[in-house]
Write a protein that binds this ligand. Sequence first.
Ligand code: 6R9
Length: 664
Amino acid sequence: MPESSSAIESTLVENRVFEPNAATVAAARIGGMDAYHALCAEAEQDFEGFWARLARAGLVWHKPFTEVLDESNKPFYKWFQDGELNASANCLDRHMGTPTEHKTAIIFEADDGAVTKVTYKELLAKVSQLANALKAMGVQKGDRVVIYMPMTVEGVVAMQACARIGATHSVVFGGFSAKALQERIQDAGAVAVITANYQMRGGKELPLKAIVDEGLALGGCDSIKNVVVFQRTASACNMVAGRDVLMHEVMAAQSSECAPVMVGAEHPLFILYTSGSTGKPKGVQHSTAGYLLWAKQTMDWTFDLKDNDVFWCTADIGWVTGHSYVAYGPLAAGATQIVFEGVPTFPHAGRFWQTIEKHRCTIFYTAPTAIRSLIKAAETDAKVHPKNWDLTSLRILGSVGEPINPEAWMWYYRNIGGERCPVVDTFWQTETGGHMITPLPGATPLVPGSCTLALPGIITAVVDEMGNDVPNGQGGILVVKKPWPSMIRTIWGDPQRFKKSYFPEELKGYYLAGDGAVRSIDRGYFRITGRIDDVLNVSGHRMGTMEIESALVGKTDLVAEAAVVGRPDELTGEAIVAFVVLKRPVPTGDEAKALATELRNWVAKEIGPIAKPKEIRFGENLPKTRSGKIMRRLLRSLAKGEAVTQDTSTLENPHILEQLSKSN
Ligand code: 6R9
């Protein structure tokens, strides 16, 4: 059981409630709380019947399923097991011959503001060509393909092309280092990498292919037969003869028709690596049918998607949000969506608002971190304040990735949503595949800072460490009591770790989310209080403290020992603070600064820039108990600059607290 009680706090007093307006309720798919409760009741009375109904209505089956849920090998649940389908056919082919065929699927807004539009029919042709090209290279059903791409139409095409031929993709975020990429390629045993020569971010051309080359050169990647390179920019990149091919060349040689390969419902659609409590990232494995069902269903429910909506999820395809709400959900639902290549602050911090105006965006989904940094920008520079743009096209706002503080919520609601648009604060995880706890725009009264209630069919609860329900108002551990179709199936190559991490014995077979939560006394609304394990959430990105620690101690010429903790940060939610013991005397002044810089760059190289500690403190030792355990709670207090009030009597070396309490 993870260390939990420290993160479980009391209820926050938040009295503001925003009821949905009558027009939204009238137009919504789930209009009003009665409709919501009716769906919950349906799921409660006939759990399997409920999911079967949704799966039949929501997906196009090649072979219909006859069995809904197989619980014979808990917690390795199987859903719709004997059914067959193809995910790409469910996102593209299903729209052919319908009015959606000629609808814009993607409005691509490039870093420099250039716009390209692709219809569903055009997207299907591109996906088919790349799928054929992958097949011609020998990529087969069940093979793994690593995708290391920028936010582009081609990034989505790459994912869809893999799905079309039954290859399991594993997207690695373009900000991860060569080493991190190599580790994921190795763990997945991938046969090919799809990448780009460069990526454009904030007006800068950054290498991607060079990082792939560097990663492959680190060794152990013999499984890789080909590297497909999308030419994002005109600059040339190194090409290895016999291994590397240019995407546009191999696509041009192929037909724009490719019959989708039908797969079983449980066939792994993708593996996505995420941080856990140990040093090694976990390859979260998702299914085809259950995953896709929920990606589409939540587009319809959480975003109440309508035919004329212009949907924009700002997440990168390297994260789960970019999988479910860029690459799969919007396409399965037949939406027009914006795919944005750039960064929110380029060429100025009004870029998001300008882009909403430019494309008449109606549903906007982003992270609290982005909102907080844009609030700050708007407050310091009136020219980038959202009031400079016409945001009246918006009808629904969404938030994801971390708890949204009520102040940021209110600013978002007022300044972006014009007090007209519901804010759906969606709680979910890489492992859950899609939304779990979220308001519904035409039903749920909103309370700032609360993700409110679980979606129909999702049985969440707050329990104590033995799995017993705790009363509303009392903090506890967030669990899901019943399986659901889009849940993680296993950790790639490590089923034991899957069982241990998510279904610990003492929790009665419930799924352990890894977050603390508390339900409000009056409404039973959930509020997430943060991770209860050694996972940090920095700008909405999950980072394992152990992962950063092992990167630091990997610098063997310099570092003897390291401990990493999180500290609350106004802008990024949490900030990374590292306590480091060097293999030399404790440095001070300029030497300490130089060494801290060296170590931060080292971590960027080992994992990626997002894992760089914000602060590094050096000491001659770490606070440990007499049995040698690092006292992390104490380090958390020190990182926050708090006086240490904990009992330090068991501490082996109390004098080092003084040393570690200050920045070097
Ligand atoms: C989708 C995604 C999952 C962790 C999760 C929790 C935090 C995500 C949240 C939220 C409060 C929300 N989290 N959404 N906390 N309110 N609306 O972010 O997946 O990268 O796997 O992170 O993020 O701590 O456990 P992932």
